[in-house]
Write a protein of this length. Structure first.
Length: 234
């Protein structure tokens, strides 16, 4: 929560306003999945978290270390996942967001007849953050959000796309936000982009139903799967 009016502790003691709508946070995640020579699907993960997330991650790493952070990250994925070549940049650059990179083996066997992917992995909203059916007080998020997620899947040789989530683009309110979930089949496999953007962080009680419904839609869409199927030999 923000207190509104404040003053900067400098020679002029300058006034400033602190409110959630003035804090704009951007998060970017890119994932590339390719088959390796051993018949497994390998994924390369790159993420730039928001400034707030970066602050929380720095505190966690200072207390427990990078190894503990990456163990916790691995547990956020479905099934048994081992992270490799993991690194974090900008740990000591406090004014910059962190940059996180690692590789992991997807659970899908690149030699199976059918391959299933939840394209959002650990970044999907598993449940609606707004649980209550009714709300009496305003909603104040920590900041204005803008989350982007880009995925590229290179299909193993001999596979075709069997199921692909339909693309959707939904506006929130009167150009106050949007949800994009865009998919495309390309000659080498699949490309997908998801974006959640809200241009304000504070919502009145009479806007709660619309906000809750917006995130209900996001949860359902992000649960959809991509399915690759082995071509039948002629």
């Amino acid at each position: 929560m923000y207190n509104g009016h404040a003053r900067i502790l400098n020679a002029g003691v300058e006034p400033m306003a602190l409110n959630a709508d003035s804090v704009r946070e951007r998060k970017m995640t890119t994932v590339m999945i390719t088959p390796d020579e051993n018949g497994h699907m390998k994924a390369m993960w790159r993420q730039t978290p928001t400034y707030f997330e970066s602050c929380a991650m720095r505190a966690m790493i200072k207390e427990s270390g990078e190894e503990s952070y990456f163990k916790k990250t691995a547990k956020s994925f479905p099934g048994e996942v081992t992270l490799e070549h993991a690194k974090i940049s900008n740990l000591t650059e406090m004014e910059l967001p962190l940059s996180v990179e690692y590789e992991f083996a997807a659970q899908e066997d690149a030699k199976a007849d059918v391959l299933y992917f939840n394209p959002m992995f650990s970044e999907a909203y598993k449940s609606n953050p707004f649980k209550s059916a009714d709300r009496t007080y305003p909603v104040e998020m920590p900041c204005v959000m803008d989350e982007s997620y880009v995925l590229s899947i290179m299909a193993p040789e001999g596979y075709v796309v069997d199921e692909l989530p339909k693309s959707v683009r939904v506006k929130y309110g009167d150009d106050e936000g949007l949800f994009e979930y865009l998919t495309a089949e390309i000659p080498t496999g699949v490309q997908m982009r998801c974006r959640i953007k809200l241009n304000r962080a504070t919502f009145e009680p009479d806007e709660y139903d619309e906000l809750r419904g917006f995130f209900d839609m996001i949860v359902k869409k992000q649960a959809e799967q991509i399915v690759l199927k082995k071509k039948k030999s002629s």
